[in-house]
Design a protein around this ligand. Structure first.
Ligand SMILES: [Zn+2]
Length: 337
């Protein structure tokens, strides 16, 4: 028989997750050295929403989103509830999944059980990527232990190496942090530098000719969402793509127009990637390649101009702008093809 919803139950589970993590990862309330990633607030377990677990975590550990130490990651509602705490001082992580019997226990029953016994999965891992890569056996074990949620390793390591709040916000929507998402984040930060918006009547229009992980940065950073029209997606023919690549010496990655709705004028750029000077090739385990590349990117995350460049700048009037948005081939409209 399903139990009645108990407002205190999820709160208690969150508190217990925090207590267990503070014991096992050895930290005190309010530390800036620890972060937690969870799908609490997204998961619905035994018919109960789980957002109160977030309140419980913050009350006990002080970890909170405003300090960038608590992040709620996007997962489907039917996925099991989990918590991953990471201590950047020790490089240790703790992965917890509640014993599902707790979803029907009363607060009184819960109170009689030790905090650590709340979790049927309670796994301490080496979560520091450099430590994992230095000892592949250790790294393999962490990846195996975290299984389907091993993406938390990259997120936690990027956080430990200074991932900005807006990037982590985009990661929460995308549900993982991959080089692909950075392929959206970096052009956005680049455009904000070279075509800044400084008034209330301008906005960005983003036109792309390929769909990949990168698109998931735009809803968060620029509020460009599918529901409100979204990014404009066009598919170029192979022949056209070849002409553009020959023209620019690199394949264009997209077009952004800064449109001023008051003056009815726009300035746009075609942007592409800076050719990277050859660095030492990655030779570690397969699971580490993308996380390693993300971690390296954190060193220069505030310098998007190191990886993105303007291939062409143009101005545009209202008629051409309307054509640009509706055309099958945006590059033809701006005279590139
Ligand atoms: Zn991705």
């Amino acid at each position: 028989m399903a139990s009645l919803p108990d407002a205190g139950r999820m709160d208690a589970i969150g508190e217990r997750a925090a207590q267990t993590a503070m014991d096992q990862l050895q930290f005190t309330k309010g530390t800036a050295d620890v972060m937690v990633i969870t799908n609490a607030g997204r998961a619905v377990v035994d018919g109960q929403t789980t957002e109160r677990a977030v309140a419980g975590i913050t009350r006990i550990s002080g970890l909170q989103n405003g300090d960038s130490t608590l992040w709620i990651v996007n997962r489907a509602v039917w996925k099991p509830l989990w918590f991953y705490f990471y201590n950047k001082q020790t490089g240790k992580g703790l992965y917890l999944e509640p014993d599902t019997s707790f979803y029907t226990k009363s607060s009184a029953d819960i109170a009689a059980i030790p905090a650590a016994a709340t979790f049927s999965t309670n796994t301490l891992v080496t979560g520091d990527l450099n430590q994992m890569l230095a000892n592949t056996e250790v790294g393999n074990k962490t990846m195996k232990d975290l299984g389907g949620n091993s993406g938390v390793v990259t997120i936690a390591n990027a956080w430990a190496h200074g991932a900005p709040y807006d990037l982590l916000s985009a990661v929460m929507l995308h549900n993982h942090l991959c080089p692909g998402l950075l392929g959206g984040y970096l052009p956005i930060k680049y455009v904000e530098k070279v075509l800044p918006i400084t008034d209330s009547t301008s906005s960005y229009t983003y036109i792309t000719t390929s769909t990949s992980c990168k698109e998931d940065a735009y809803p968060i950073l620029w509020d460009i969402t599918p529901g409100k029209g979204g990014a404009i997606m066009k598919t170029l023919s192979e022949a056209d793509a070849k002409i553009l690549t020959e023209k620019y010496g690199t394949s264009p990655r997209g077009i952004v127009v800064r449109w001023d709705s008051k003056t009815k004028t726009g300035t746009g750029i075609v942007f592409g990637s800076v050719t990277q000077t050859t660095s030492t090739p990655y030779t570690g385990p397969e699971w580490g390649a993308k996380p390693y590349s993300v971690l390296k990117a954190m060193d220069t995350i505030t310098q998007p101009e190191l990886s993105v460049k303007t291939l062409r700048k143009f101005t545009i009037d209202a008629v051409s702008f309307a054509t640009l948005k509706s055309s099958d081939n945006p590059y033809r409209v701006i005279g590139d093809l």
